[in-house]
Design a protein around this ligand. Structure first.
Ligand code: GLA
Length: 400
């Protein structure tokens, strides 16, 4: 194994904005009418809390999906996935899932847009970017938000940002079939440079929290375990949380989601009424919401060390109670605990693979990455990919 010698860059084989525009021109013989860039996201803390109507603390990052688009005179639809060198051809209104799978994220958005506006014209689309797929950085939300924004601006639909977010989420819920919460799409659309977004997923009120990292950096370690099983396991977690809510409602009729539950309800009411598994799921969600709130107070004081401790605690809950981690992610967090330069680490996103997020002292990134890669390689026979990311602005129309 060759140790890394410099702070890692984004995967150079994935498309830049210029590449996507170039691909569009080559494929369709003219420049696009419009290009939109939509970022991936990280989540600092508050995992699996969004669909329980709790709090999340995501941020958009400097990895993007770019969507280039033009209207057609007919009702045909062509989508070219530049990074996959794969083409989908169909027609507006013919909304069937594709065996290729990747088109479903875009078809779902177009179907929702058609439902919202009555009709949309045929489109030529090309997209690509540098968000690694299946790494838990929400490339799918970036695609959905990028396309929703592109069609909105192209057709002058004047939908608001929150409408576009909800439409993108609905596309994933209804068409793709993953019952995801609102976090990923919200973060992609509403991201702001150098800021995290404290989002209340019940009221949709949000606040930007400046992240003053100073001598620290955000280092993602991509386990390379693709979270393909996450879809079904994810939906099962939602059902288990709903079971907890139903049991609580028998005693506390005002409880509509786990957001309305507190520790005492879980310990003294729920524990004896539901299977241990469901109790564990609910306990995790209630504790994660509390951790997030205490963590945010620490961030406001710029106390990153205390915040980092909450990240480690979040991982324990995700691994032991919510059971959405995997041996590779657990090992990466165990290794992080041994490093003095890492003050917080946890698995990030839906789970079952993807990345860990680490708060690390900048000066030590290279040597720490080398050590972690070495140990990980000994155990699993491959190396996690390091990604250092900056917090960026949300979905942006580049040209029109
Ligand atoms: C996925 C979903 C989000 C959220 C996270 C877990 O990324 O798309 O809505 O539930 O998992 O926090």
């Amino acid at each position: 194994m060759t140790p890394s010698t410099s702070i890692p860059k984004a995967n150079a084989s994935l498309s830049s904005l210029a590449n996507v525009v170039q691909c569009f021109s080559t494929r369709y013989g003219s420049t696009p009418e419009l290009v939109v860039s939509s970022p991936g996201r990280i989540n600092l803390i508050g995992e699996h809390t969004d669909y329980n109507l709790g709090y999340v603390l995501p941020a958009a990052i400097d990895k993007y999906i770019h969507v280039a688009i033009r209207k057609r005179a007919d009702q045909q639809l062509t989508i070219f996935a530049a990074d996959l060198n794969s083409t989908y051809q169909g027609a507006i209104g013919n909304w069937e899932k594709s065996p290729l799978q990747w088109p479903d994220y875009l078809l779902g958005v177009l179907k929702e847009l058609e439902g919202e506006t009555g009709t949309i014209p045929g489109l030529d689309i090309c997209f690509g970017g540098d968000i690694p797929a299946g790494a838990g950085l929400s490339s799918s939300a970036a695609i959905e938000c990028g396309l929703a924004r592109a069609v909105n601006d192209l057709l002058g639909l004047k939908l608001t940002k929150i409408q576009l977010v909800q439409l993108a989420q609905a596309a994933e819920n209804r068409f793709v079939g993953v019952q995801c919460g609102i976090m990923d799409q919200f973060a992609s659309m509403f991201g702001m440079k150098d800021k995290a977004i404290l989002l209340d997923c019940r009221s949709l009120k949000y606040e930007y929290i400046p992240l003053e990292l100073n001598q620290y950096a955000i280092l993602l370690l991509d386990s390379q375990v693709k979270h393909q099983l996450a879809g079904s396991a994810y939906n099962v977690r939602r059902e288990q949380c709903d079971m907890g809510v139903k049991a609580l409602r028998k005693v506390y009729p005002h409880v509509n989601s786990l957001r309305d539950a507190n520790r005492a309800m879980i310990e003294y009411t729920l524990k004896d009424r539901i299977p241990d598994l469901v109790y564990n799921r609910c306990k995790y969600v209630v504790e994660e919401n509390l951790r997030l709130q205490v963590g945010c107070e620490a961030l406001r004081r710029n106390d990153l060390v205390s915040f980092g401790k909450k990240m480690f605690a979040s991982h324990v809950g995700l691994s032991k109670l919510y059971e959405v981690s995997c041996p590779e992610l657990d090992y990466l967090v165990d290794l992080a605990r041994l490093e003095h330069a890492i003050i917080g680490a946890r698995m990030m996103g839906g789970g079952f693979g993807g990345c860990t997020i680490n708060l690390i002292r900048k000066a030590f990134i290279n040597e720490v990455v080398d050590r972690i890669q070495e140990s990980y390689f000994q155990k699993f026979g491959n190396s996690p990919t390091p990604i250092v990311c900056q917090l960026s602005n949300g979905t942006t129309t580049i040209s029109s």
